[in-house]
Design a protein around this ligand. Structure first.
Ligand SMILES: Nc1ncnc2c1ncn2[C@@H]1O[C@H](COP(=O)(O)OP(=O)(O)OP(=O)(O)O)[C@@H](O)[C@H]1O
Ligand SMILES: CC(C)(CO)[C@@H](O)C(=O)NCCC(=O)O
Ligand SMILES: [K+]
Length: 261
């Protein structure tokens, strides 16, 4: 039976439709970023979690939904309860899909989070940075003359002009200097973390997800090619729906309302 997964993100809602199987959720049948999905939602089979504020459109329907998934219910060893449920779900899902060995999950959303899971499936910490749109918004809001380069309603990336600078060339116009600066900074932080964790043999794979993953991917590849050997030893994967798939792969126990891997 098809199940709807919902992650209430920091700036928008992320929906997925899938059929949980014992081997995992498989690919999503449908996905939707926005207020309410275009398919029929069966309240009793909803799997959902929230890091952002719950909007009225969801609040009014909560009565018929099961309780949300929380970090403390996740089958991820040593994961403190204060860790965001999106990070716990992403880490657990990437580890479950990995070829063995630890994983680093990079979730490039409103915040860019990095979350490491060891080869034993144990939470190993991470890093939290302001994401692409948030950094660009802050530059505009906290200076007198830097322009607004992110659409304030949609925060949609495609409204931004950006010509990736050739190696060794820097942007001469303000907009590209801002955008290139933010993308270069975030991807450098990711590659630096990959190198450190690879050198320490903590992780073997890096999984990218989140709204800005496609954007950062190219810059990460470029910096990997030019950078430290250790970081290149990690396999790099992109899964735009890592957290939703994690929700679909979790199995709710009918007895105590707990969760099983
Ligand atoms: N239509 C859109 N609306 C919002 N963000 C978008 C859109 N298209 C691309 N993005 C990019 O996605 C990023 C936000 O990512 P995402 O949607 O994963 O964040 P989120 O809703 O806060 O979810 P999360 O809680 O997982 O971070 C923004 O930095 C922005 O550049
Ligand atoms: C970091 C965010 C905002 C990313 O969505 C979320 O995972 C969160 O609110 N986390 C709580 C703090 C933590 O993860 O340590
Ligand atoms: K995120």
């Amino acid at each position: 039976m098809a199940v709807t997964a919902l992650l209430v993100g920091n700036s928008r809602l992320h929906w997925g439709l899938g059929t949980p199987q014992s081997s995992g959720p498989g690919p999503l049948l449908q996905h939707w970023d926005g207020d309410w999905p275009p398919w029929q939602v069966q309240p009793a089979t909803m799997r959902w979690a929230a890091v952002g504020l719950i909007p009225p459109s969801v609040e009014t329907r909560l009565g018929s939904w099961p309780p949300p998934v929380e970090t403390c219910q996740m089958p991820l060893a040593n994961c403190p309860a204060h860790v965001g449920v999106d990070r716990a779900l992403g880490g657990w899902q990437a580890f479950g899909c990995s070829a063995g060995g630890g994983v680093l999950v990079v979730d490039a959303g409103t915040a860019l989070t990095m979350t490491a899971v060891t080869s034993n499936g144990s939470f190993a910490g991470g890093r939290i940075l302001p994401g692409v749109a948030l950094q660009l918004e802050s530059l505009h809001q906290r200076t007198a003359s830097l322009p607004c380069v992110v659409s304030p309603q949609a925060r949609a990336w495609p409204t931004l002009p950006w010509n990736p600078a050739k190696p060794g060339f820097l942007a001469t116009d303000t907009v590209n200097a801002m955008v290139d600066g933010v993308i270069h900074g975030l991807s450098a932080a990711v590659v630096n973390t990959m190198a450190a964790l690879a050198t320490a043999a903590v992780v073997r794979e890096c999984w990218l997800t989140g709204g800005d993953a496609p954007l950062l991917q190219e810059a990460i590849h470029t910096q990997l090619a030019a950078g430290q050997l250790a970081s290149r030893e990690l396999a790099l994967h992109h899964d735009p729906h890592l957290v939703l798939k994690g929700l679909l792969r979790l199995r709710t126990r009918t007895d105590g309302g707990g969760l099983d891997a």
